[in-house]
Design a protein around this ligand. Structure first.
Ligand SMILES: [Zn+2]
Length: 568
C-alpha cells in the first residue's frame, strides 16, 4: 500500500467522497499502532486528518454499544440500549417488561427491534437518501456484536422491510457438525436474510471457503492452558487466520469478504469492516502483550499473541486500501480508521483467574456453556425469561461480596472497567446503599446512581486517585456516565481505577483515559493532511462523514457534531 496525500480537486479528481469505508480495529489504542508498527495505518495517519486526542466519548465503552454509536451519531441513552446488560423496561423484545438480557447474545433481529424502538436513522439510511434506495451498505466482521449493531436490518427507522441489497455478514458464534466431523466448523452467517451474491455458503458445505475450521487441535491453540488467557481462550480461526489455506479465518476473513464486496457489481456506498483480533488478544493477554520469547515466524506461538495479530490487522488495512485503488475508486472513497473502545491491563485484576466453570452453573445455557471463566467474571445474574435463560451464578469474590452485602437486592451485574449494577428494589435509599457498597469494592474510584426518572446520574462519592487520574476524572467522568442514562441503564455504576479490571486481563467499558483514548483517522478526497488536537468522539463520526460526503442531515437529530475535514 502506498497512497498519495489527498490532493485538492484537480481536473479528474472528485472534490468530495461518494463512498465511505469505516475500518474498526476492535480495542486498538493509539499506542497499539506505534507499539506494533502498524505501518499502513501510520501512512494513512500521516497523509490524512488524524485526531490523537480522540475518545470514545460515551459509556459503556464496548463493542456492542460503540458500533451503533458510530453508525447513528447518538449517545447510548438515545439508541435503545446503553450497556452490556439490557433491562427491557418497555418490553421491546416481548419477554416481559423489566426482563434482563445480555446484549452480546442478541440476534440481528433483536438489535433491529431496539433500533426501531429508538426510531432513528443510521448511516445506511442517510446514504440511501443521497444515493438512492438501490445503494447498499455492508457490515462485515467476525462477530455479531459488531456486525448487527453496525447494520440495520429493516433499512428504515419506521421498520419498513429492509434493503435486500444490504450486507450483514459475520462468523457464526457456535460451532457445528459437517461431513461427520463433530462441532468442528463455524459457518458464515448473514444477519439479514439471504447472504450477498458473491458468497456461496451452500456449495460444498464446510468445504466452502467461508467456513472456518475450529477442530480440537486449533480450537484454542494451547491458550486454554496458559494463564491469564485460559479464562478467555482463542476460538479457533474466528479471530486468528490459522494455517489452513482453504479456510483462512481471523481478520483476513473479514478483509477477504470486504474485498469481494468492493469488487462486486453492487452499488455499495458505505461499508463497516470491524477487525476483531486485536480485541481478542487484548482481552486474553492485556493490550500491552509482548508475545512469547523465541516464537518462530509462522508458528502457533507467534500467532496467538498481539504482536502478530496487530501486524496482521495492519496488513488487512493495506489490502482493503489496495483493493479500492485497483478498482479505481480510492479517490472517491472516504476511509475512516478508528477503534470501538480501547482497554487497560488488569493490574490489579479482580476477576477470578481460573480455567473452566465451577458450580453452581455459570454461562450461556443454549448452546451449552463452553465453560469459560471470563463470562462468570463479567456477569452475575439469571436472565430467567422466555427468550433467553443465561445463568451466571459463580461471581468473582469481589462481586460475591457485593451480592452478599446487598442481601438479595442485586438483580444483575456486569463488570469490566465499570461495575454496572441492577437492583430489585430501586428506591432512592436502596440505590444509595448500593452506590456505597460499590464504592467499597476493591479498585473502584467512584460510584453513581440513577434518578427515579432514569435520565440522570448523581455522583455518590469518590476514593483516592492519582494526579493524572483525578484530572481525567474531573474533566470527563460525569459527562461520560451521563451518556448512558435511560430506562434500560444500570441503577448504580462504579468506575474502576487506572489499570484495574474485573472481567478479563485486558478490559474496557469505563470512563478511564486508557479505555477512552482511541485512534481516529480520516483519509480521502478533500480531506486535509493534518493533526487536530480537538477531542473527537464516536458521536461525531457520523455527522463528519455526512458533511464530508455532502449528505443532508439535521444537526438537531444527532448528539455529535460535524468536524470539517477539508482545508476550506
Ligand atoms: Zn470491541
Amino acid at each position: 500500500m502506498l497512497v498519495a496525500a489527498p490532493a485538492s480537486a484537480g481536473p479528474n479528481q472528485p472534490d468530495r467522497p461518494s463512498r465511505v469505508v469505516i475500518i474498526v480495529l476492535d480495542q486498538a489504542r493509539p499506542d497499539t499502532i506505534s507499539r506494533y508498527h502498524m505501518k499502513n495505518v501510520q501512512e494513512l495517519q500521516r497523509k490524512g486528518t488524524t485526531f490523537p486526542n480522540a475518545i470514545v466519548g460515551d459509556m459503556a465503552a464496548e463493542t456492542v454499544i460503540s458500533h451503533n454509536v458510530i453508525t447513528s451519531g447518538l449517545f447510548p441513552k438515545h439508541m435503545g440500549w446503553s450497556n452490556e446488560l439490557y433491562r427491557d423496561q418497555d418490553n421491546v423484545l416481548g419477554a416481559g417488561a423489566g426482563t434482563y438480557h445480555v446484549t452480546s447474545s442478541m440476534s440481528c433481529n433483536d438489535f433491529d427491534l431496539l433500533i426501531n424502538h429508538g426510531n432513528y436513522p443510521k448511516l445506511q439510511d442517510y446514504l440511501d437518501s443521497e444515493f438512492g434506495e438501490t445503494s447498499s451498505f455492508a457490515s462485515i466482521t467476525q462477530k455479531r456484536t459488531s456486525a448487527c449493531t453496525s447494520g440495520h436490518v429493516s433499512g428504515a427507522a419506521d421498520g419498513t422491510p429492509g434493503d435486500p441489497e444490504d450486507v450483514i455478514l459475520q462468523i457464526r458464534g457456535s460451532r457445528r457438525t459437517c461431513n461427520g466431523t463433530e462441532a468442528q466448523w463455524r459457518e458464515p452467517e448473514s444477519g439479514n436474510g439471504a447472504p450477498p451474491p458473491w458468497i456461496d455458503t451452500v456449495t460444498g458445505g464446510c468445504n466452502n471457503r467461508w467456513w472456518t475450521n475450529q477442530d480440537a487441535v486449533n480450537l484454542s491453540y494451547g491458550t486454554n492452558v496458559l494463564s491469564p488467557a485460559n479464562i478467555y481462550p482463542l476460538e479457533g480461526n474466528r479471530f486468528v487466520p490459522g494455517f489452513d489455506p482453504a479456510h483462512i479465518g481471523g481478520d483476513n476473513w473479514s478483509a477477504n469478504a470486504a474485498i469481494e464486496e468492493i469488487n462486486s457489481p453492487s452499488n455499495w456506498r458505505g461499508m463497516m469492516i470491524s477487525l476483531g483480533a486485536i480485541d481478542k488478544m487484548g482481552h486474553m493477554w492485556g493490550p500491552e502483550d509482548r508475545g512469547e520469547k523465541g516464537a518462530e515466524p509462522g508458528s502457533i506461538e507467534e500467532m496467538r499473541h498481539m504482536p502478530f495479530v496487530a501486524k496482521n490487522a495492519d496488513k488487512q488495512v493495506g489490502r482493503i486500501v489496495d483493493a479500492l485503488d485497483e478498482r479505481g475508486i480510492l479517490d472517491e472513497t472516504l476511509i475512516v480508521i478508528t477503534a470501538d473502545h480501547a482497554a487497560q491491563t488488569g493490574n490489579p485484576f479482580f476477576g477470578l483467574l481460573a480455567p473452566g466453570v465451577a458450580n453452581p452453573p455459570c454461562g450461556p445455557s443454549t448452546p451449552p456453556s463452553t465453560g469459560i471463566r471470563s463470562d462468570c467474571n463479567w456477569y452475575y445474574g439469571d436472565e430467567d425469561n422466555a427468550r433467553q435463560d443465561e445463568v451466571y451464578l459463580d461471581p468473582s469474590p469481589a462481586v460475591a461480596a457485593l451480592r452478599d452485602r446487598l442481601a438479595g437486592n442485586l438483580a444483575f451485574s456486569y463488570q469490566d472497567t465499570q461495575i454496572a449494577a441492577y437492583l430489585n428494589d430501586r428506591s432512592l435509599a436502596k440505590k444509595r446503599e448500593a452506590a456505597d457498597a460499590v464504592l467499597d469494592m476493591p479498585g473502584v474510584v467512584a460510584s453513581y446512581y440513577i434518578n427515579a426518572a432514569q435520565n440522570e446520574y448523581t455522583r455518590f462519592g469518590t476514593n483516592r486517585m492519582t494526579g493524572q487520574e483525578r484530572k481525567w476524572f474531573d474533566e470527563h467522568a460525569d459527562e461520560l456516565v451521563a451518556t448512558m442514562a435511560n430506562n434500560t441503564a444500570p441503577d448504580v455504576v462504579g468506575i474502576t481505577g487506572t489499570d484495574v479490571t474485573y472481567g478479563v486481563m485486558g478490559d474496557h467499558g469505563g470512563s478511564q483515559e486508557l479505555v477512552q483514548n482511541i485512534p481516529m483517522v480520516f483519509y480521502g478526497p478533500g480531506v486535509s493532511q493534518r493533526d487536530s488536537r480537538r477531542e473527537f468522539r464516536h458521536v461525531d463520526v457520523l455527522p463528519t462523514i455526512l458533511e464530508a460526503m455532502g449528505v443532508d442531515f439535521d444537526p438537531g437529530d444527532l448528539d455529535g457534531q460535524a468536524v470539517t475535514l477539508s482545508k476550506k
